[in-house]
Design a protein around this ligand. Structure first.
Ligand code: 13P
Length: 284
């Protein structure tokens, strides 16, 4: 198998009421943790890379690694560009082999968000690439995108319907009370809003900022129409923790294979747990 777009995987998820998890990765080992976990669980999976990660690791390296994984594991794997505000950069990723992208013009005003997103959709669809966009504003910090709590804005269902019609996007990231990064207080999700949007909007809905959201709340969100669940922070924390502990116990260590292996295993455990919560086990 080759890497694929998110079209079929998210439509299947919508039809069968589960969600495909999208895990943000940063390097070879975190990608391996995600793919090994997904393979063990026989789950479709989305490897998400922010523009910062793409600049760090290289879009050609990331595409090549994902292709190797898709061939090796023979499960549906998408390589996705997460939260990209830069149209030229997004196009470069498509030329490098990405089949799924998120144009994030959610911080612009509504008309600009529509115009930019629509142009990206027209371009991406020529290459059979799927496009996610965001309406409303999810708070918190992800890469260089930092949104203060006071600037967050929940998605308005009526406006969302208009946005989807005008842009022809393949999936919509909705703001229903989650935020990127670590929560200070347990988030309260606006399920009424989600139910309404799911009734009105045909394209699959996406939940950002899923780290730290209690599993029951994620399960409920999936039941009410979320088809893609984004997880970044909850993979990074145990990965870093294991490396810190390794050096605490082995201050003289210098072999990356030794100190990264437990970190990779910890990330893989999170992948497996999240797949179970999303209900995507045995859906590959
Ligand atoms: P978390 O870091 O809160 O898991 O958010 C991930 C995300 O939404 C990536 O786009």
């Amino acid at each position: 198998m080759d890497i694929i777009s998110t079209r079929e995987m998210l439509l299947n998820a919508k039809k069968n009421q589960y969600a495909v998890p999208a895990f943000n990765i940063h390097n070879l080992e975190t990608m391996q943790a995600v793919l090994e976990g997904a393979w063990e669980m026989k789950s479709p999976v989305i490897i998400a890379t922010t523009p910062g990660t793409v600049k760090y690791a290289g879009m050609d390296y990331l595409a090549a690694m994902a292709k190797v994984g898709a061939k090796r594991y023979n499960i549906p794997i998408a390589l996705h560009l997460d939260h990209c505000p830069d149209v030229d950069f997004l196009k470069e990723c498509i030329y490098a082999g990405y089949k799924s992208v998120m144009i994030d013009a959610s911080l612009k005003d509504y008309e600009d968000n529509i115009r930019i997103t629509k142009d990206v959709v027209e371009f991406a669809h020529r290459y059979d690439v799927t496009v996610e966009a965001e309406l409303g504003v999810v708070g918190g910090a992800e890469d260089e995108r930092k949104v203060d709590e006071k600037d967050t804005m929940l998605t308005d269902p009526q406006v969302a319907l208009d946005f989807v019609k005008k842009t022809n996007i393949d999936s919509l990231a909705v703001a229903i009370g989650t935020a990127h990064g670590v929560y200070k207080l347990e988030p309260k999700l606006d399920f009424e809003r989600l139910i309404k949007m799911n009734e009105m909007i045909e394209v699959p809905l996406v939940l950002h900022g899923a780290s730290g959201v209690p599993s029951d709340a994620i399960k409920k969100a999936v039941e009410y129409g979320i088809c893609k669940v984004n997880i970044a922070t909850e993979l990074k924390l145990p990965f870093a923790e294991k490396i810190k502990n390794y050096f605490k116990e082995n201050p003289q260590a210098n072999d990356p294979r030794k100190y990264i292996t437990p970190a990779k295993e910890a990330a893989k455990e999170v992948v497996i747990e999240k797949i179970k919560i999303c209900g995507s086990e045995n859906r590959a």
